[in-house]
Design a protein. Structure first.
Length: 334
């Protein structure tokens, strides 16, 4: 078998257990699979959790090579492939193995990279924008004129959600612990910035003042933990809470009486463990609804930093520091 460079987890725990190494290339694609020569790959908190041993990939995906999103060129196509030709610029999502020079995925989990995007921008887009678009419009059914609250507004998904909600005519509120981050994302379409330094009660009070105590119709929660009971207080009657992340913890107390009185809808969502068919449908909606906005310069991926793949440990440390505003990208072309 031919070799390739890949980010490999050799032990669970700190960054010393991850590095760029030589490993075997994936086998040539068959059926409707496509092998992509990866130029750049996005780094996500899921990769950190996998390195720590807390988020193993679904069955069938490499346990020691992380990576959920990538950008590159089609290198080979299976005999049943119909959509792509060798050399096409594509990006997409997978449940693991994307942080390598080659990755094999179903052809319908790929989308064409708009000419307006370079490799770094392309790698920063799939996971964040597919997650945000699916959560806001497929799960929450966000409508023009509604109010949406985006937690962790400066994260990759947060910056994508702000832009998509703004483009759809929603009023967008965003939270962060850092005023500087909120100021940086204002240009993306953030209408109201809410600093949460001490307690989630702070965003409940701010939302109350901003909405005359009516609350917000949609909350995109990338935090979890003690933010969840506060979400219920900030939610409008018949509002929808979409739970996407648990950076503040996986457990929380729920006031069921408040859920009933507000007739709230609570939806949990994650891309990684979905079936190939579900990922294909989310990718199709992304390509149909979001990519035209790139060409019209209505939305754009936000790249905070790019690291050579050789510096993956530094990239992990930076993302863990919570200093990023937007996405961190690994470059495999150097």
């Amino acid at each position: 078998m031919k070799s390739m460079r890949a980010i490999v987890i050799t032990s669970h725990g700190g960054v010393e257990g991850i590095s760029l190494q030589e490993t075997e290339q994936p086998a040539p694609p068959t059926a409707d699979r496509v092998r992509v020569r990866v130029r750049t790959a996005g780094l996500n908190r899921a990769d950190i959790m996998q390195r720590e041993g807390n988020y193993p990939p679904p069955p069938g995906y490499p346990e020691n090579v992380p990576g959920l999103e990538f950008a590159g060129e089609v290198e080979a196509v299976g005999e049943a492939g119909r959509h792509w030709e060798i050399g096409d610029r594509v990006f997409g999502i997978t449940a693991g193995g994307a942080q390598a020079e080659f990755v094999v995925v179903p052809e319908n989990n790929l989308a064409p990279i708009p000419v307006e995007l370079n490799w770094n921008e392309a790698a920063a887009m799939p996971e964040a924008f597919i997650t945000a678009h699916d959560a806001l419009f497929t799960r929450a059914r966000l409508q023009m004129g509604e109010r949406v609250l985006v937690h962790a507004a400066a994260s990759g998904v947060g910056t994508a959600a702000i832009q998509l909600a703004h483009a759809a005519g929603a009023t967008v509120y965003g939270t962060s612990r850092t005023a500087d981050k909120l100021e940086r994302v204002r240009a993306l379409g953030l209408d109201e910035a809410i600093i949460v330094r001490d307690t989630p009660r702070q965003f409940v009070e701010s939302v109350g003042k901003l909405t005359a105590n009516a609350g917000v119709e949609v909350i995109l929660d990338l935090v979890g933990g003690d933010y969840f009971p506060a979400n219920l207080q900030a939610l409008a009657t018949r509002g929808r809470i979409i739970c996407v992340g648990t950076t503040a913890g996986r457990k929380s107390e729920i006031d069921l009486g408040l859920v009933l009185r507000k007739r709230a809808t609570i939806v949990g969502t994650v891309l990684r463990t979905r079936s190939i068919e579900e990922k294909a449908e989310a990718t199709r909606r992304f390509a149909s609804h979001v990519l035209p906005l790139i060409s019209r310069r209505v939305v754009r991926p936000v790249v905070d930093r790019v690291y050579p793949a050789t510096e993956v440990r530094a990239a992990h440390e930076y993302l863990e520091s919570n200093r990023n505003c937007g996405k961190v990208v690994l470059d495999f072309s150097v």
